[in-house]
Ligand binder design. Structure first.
Ligand code: PSZ
Length: 502
């Protein structure tokens, strides 16, 4: 068993002696060199079997007795995975630039996160999971302030915690509708008998006709309300009833950006004009746009970027029409763009109204301006309302981000990755194009879907776990501890894959 920091035995952990040694070294090191950021990692990928290998296939059969396994790629060994490397049950070691759909901020088995469980108080916060809306623990307000508020986007002093990305959006949408109706009424507390009765029948005025505007290519989750704003793929939506809410075009840029400035500015204007038209149209229809919901970089939809100017204008349009602006940072939040929050790159006139988060933040939730806090209890509420156990993990994550300057690491590794992608698209212009992104939150397009799927599959054979998004993009979503030498490995394998395609 590993001994750690305090000198006590690590409970709950089956670590082999090698990793235990590395952990011990990591915890006791004070200087933060490149190697301490990714402690005890393998020196590179190694692939021994097909992926999925025989053990993965056996487990797949076992799991298929219970559920559909169509999306399962492999079974992982989370005891042996370390840092940037995912180890599977067949002993294959993959450099993971996808990180559980962008949700592992510090890679696998980070010593500081493990160490946080070597503490009886923290273990009790996992064991005794409260209904936070009714019985929060004594340290909850302080913890929210010292952890979540310490990385809050500027100008957003209020907060709700939730479970996942979808339910963060779902509940944030409710906050927007409640805010919108309160603004109309002038006061929240006074509901008419008609409102109280009609809402029980899903009818106006109690269940008012209001809408949220989202964008083509958007992904905001799969729960029923969120799904009405999701517009990325039919497989996400088909057969499920949806609200008749407006959908505007999201900019589709020509790359490289610096050579297509005029066209891309015209594209911004086209999309913004559409937003404004839709707001007018839905107002006339009797279903006013209470809020605009947007990702800072459309992720599932294909890593589609929009300019800071687009977002500045979008905010101005929202304000002009009395609509709230919700920026969905579920995938972009937590540091991968080189800032804690991607919208901080946009230089907005003022903070957005609501920012939702999940993934790298360990638990879901949203920051909001004070006027978005409902004034009555039980309006935005559920059993758990987040999870103190996850906040313990986030505390370690935030401490490590600050201590190890991980946003700087992201910027440095991101630059290397991005330059490497630019170089590769110059070498293989018939195969790949439109490298883009911020920090290590990067993507590149393949010439068609078949090639993209093929590239992702062949990268895996060479020991790189990447992911696709949209129709033709390969996306990179490494952990914040991804360093320049990892970028070299990725770029080298990517070059090999492309050279073999030529
Ligand atoms: O297929 C899926 O359901 C996927 S694959 C990646 C995601 C979902 N991302 C989740 C996500 C997101 O990227 C944005 C911008 N907003 C909301 C969500 C929903 O988060 P979860 O999956 O936690 O409900």
């Amino acid at each position: 068993m590993a001994k750690i920091g305090t000198g006590r035995m690590l409970p709950l952990m089956k670590l082999n002696r090698f990793y235990a040694r590395q952990l011990w070294n990591a915890v006791n090191q004070t200087s933060r060199s490149a190697t301490t950021l990714a402690v005890g990692e393998p020196t590179g990928p190694s692939v021994k079997t097909d992926i999925p290998g025989p053990k993965s296939k056996q487990l797949m059969d076992e799991l298929s007795e219970l559920q559909l396994t169509a999306s399962v790629q492999l079974f992982a060994d989370y005891d042996r995975s370390q840092g940037n490397y995912l180890v599977d049950v067949d002993g294959n070691t993959l450099l993971d630039v996808y990180m559980q759909i962008s949700s592992m901020p510090l890679g696998y088995n980070h010593p500081d996160m493990l160490k946080s469980m070597d503490n009886p108080h923290n273990i009790k916060s996992v064991v005794n999971r409260p209904a936070l809306g009714v019985f929060p623990g004594a340290d909850w307000p302080k913890k929210l302030k010292s952890v979540l508020m310490s990385v809050a986007p500027p100008g957003m002093p209020c907060l709700n915690t939730m479970m996942c990305g979808s339910c963060s959006n779902e509940n944030a949408f409710k906050n927007i509708f409640i805010w919108y109706q309160r603004t109309k009424r002038g006061k929240e507390m006074t509901f008419t008998p008609d409102e109280m009765e009609s809402c029980m029948l899903n009818m106006p005025p109690g269940s008012p006709s209001l809408s949220l505007l989202s964008f083509k290519g958007a992904f905001h989750g799969r729960t029923l309300g969120a799904l009405s704003t999701t517009r990325s793929k039919h497989i996400h939506k088909i057969d499920v009833p949806a609200f008749d809410w407006p959908v505007a075009s999201f900019p589709v840029y020509k790359y490289p950006l610096e050579e297509n400035v005029r066209e891309n500015e015209a594209e911004d204007r086209r999309c913004l004009a559409e937003v404004e038209d839709l707001i007018e149209k839905y107002k006339k229809r009797g279903s006013p746009v209470a809020g605009i919901v947007v990702e800072p970089i459309q992720s599932e939809g294909g890593d589609n970027e929009a300019s800071p100017k687009f977002f500045q204008e979008l905010q101005r349009i929202a304000k002009k029409h009395g609509s709230a602006l919700l920026v969905d940072e579920v995938q972009t939040g937590g540091g991968p763009t080189g800032k804690m929050w991607c919208h901080e790159h946009f230089n907005l006139d003022s903070p957005p109204d609501i920012i939702t988060f999940s993934k790298k933040m360990q638990l879901g939730g949203y920051y909001m301006k004070p006027e978005f806090k409902p004034q009555l209890g039980y309006r935005v509420f559920n059993t758990w309302m987040g999870d103190p156990g996850k906040l313990v993990l986030l505390q370690s994550v935030v401490e490590v981000i600050k201590r190890d300057n991980l946003l700087d690491v992201v910027q440095k590794s991101g630059k290397k990755l991005q330059q490497g992608l630019y170089q590769l698209q110059k070498e293989f212009p018939a195969l790949i194009n439109s490298a883009r992104g911020r920090g290590t939150f990067l993507a590149i397009n393949c010439s068609d879907t078949k090639l993209r799927d093929d590239v992702v599959a062949r990268l895996r054979k060479k020991g790189i776990q990447s992911g696709g998004c949209g129709e033709i993009a390969v996306r990179l979503r490494p952990a914040l501890i991804f360093q320049e030498h990892h970028a070299d490995i990725f770029l080298d394998r990517f070059r090999q894959v492309l050279a073999e395609t030529k």
